[in-house]
Design a protein around this ligand. Structure first.
Ligand SMILES: *Cc1c(COP(=O)(O)O)cnc(C)c1O
Length: 224
């Protein structure tokens, strides 16, 4: 292994205060890297491609909690529904409905996060704050008994300007508080704020992250 997964994992874990969990983003990395982190006690891993995730989930220990972090096409939901632990990137009502439908077919409840688009980049996916408000106000999600909305996820802009990144994280945090108060005040499971990646997770933690998604800093650069 040309990358010291074990040392890097512990250095990230040491940065996390109580109440902040690590999703180790293992996309494009081989099983042996995941096994190295697993042996150190890491159990939550994040992947962004359905086929890659399927292969890994079938060959790695069954107590790994897999998070789906990438853009998810509705026609792929059925493949991950039997085993996925959390779908972090719900960016439309259509996708939410399909997750509910497939979760019901599998007789389970799937945890999800709503993905916000706050970053300035056009390329990023996610719901604008207004689109997210509309989705929640429309209320159809209340009838979905097989999805549990556990919080929000977002990516900050990939820029040098720390104040811009901070302001995007804080926008997400304030929006979380708004949504929590309006729709989930009595729902203790609505508690996750998934923000922070390799280059910005310390700042994300300052801005209320409960779940950081770190890949490169643990596993090294991805080979696409
Ligand atoms: C790839 C990815 C990450 C991890 O990024 P790193 O810079 O490698 O830490 C986090 N979140 C999402 C949504 C990703 O696609």
């Amino acid at each position: 292994m040309d990358y010291d997964v074990k040392t890097n994992l512990h250095s990230v874990l040491n940065d996390l205060p109580q109440g902040v969990r690590l999703v180790a983003i293992s996309k494009y990395h081989p099983n042996e890297y995941i096994e190295a982190a697993y042996q150190e006690g890491q159990r939550i891993f994040g992947e962004s491609h359905e086929q890659e995730l399927r292969a890994k989930s079938q060959s790695l220990p069954s107590d790994i909690e897999w998070h789906f972090i990438g853009h998810l096409q509705t026609n792929k939901v059925k493949y991950i529904a039997p085993y996925i632990s959390m779908i972090e990137a719900v960016d439309s009502l259509k996708l939410l409905k399909e997750i509910d439908r497939q979760a019901e077919r599998n007789n389970r409840v799937i945890n999800v996060l709503l993905e916000l688009h706050i970053a300035e980049e056009e390329t990023k996916y996610g719901l604008t704050l207004d689109a997210c408000r509309e989705l929640l106000a429309a209320g159809e999600w209340r009838q979905m008994e097989h999805v549990r909305i556990c919080g929000l996820m977002m990516m900050a802009s990939y820029v040098e300007d720390q104040e811009q990144i901070r302001s995007e994280f804080l926008t997400a945090k304030h929006f979380f508080d708004e949504v929590k108060a309006q729709y989930f005040a009595d729902a203790p499971y609505f508690c996750e704020r998934s923000w922070g990646m390799s280059h910005d997770y310390p700042l994300a933690i300052e801005c209320g992250s409960t779940m950081v998604r770190v890949g490169t800093k643990i596993f090294g650069p991805r080979v696409y």
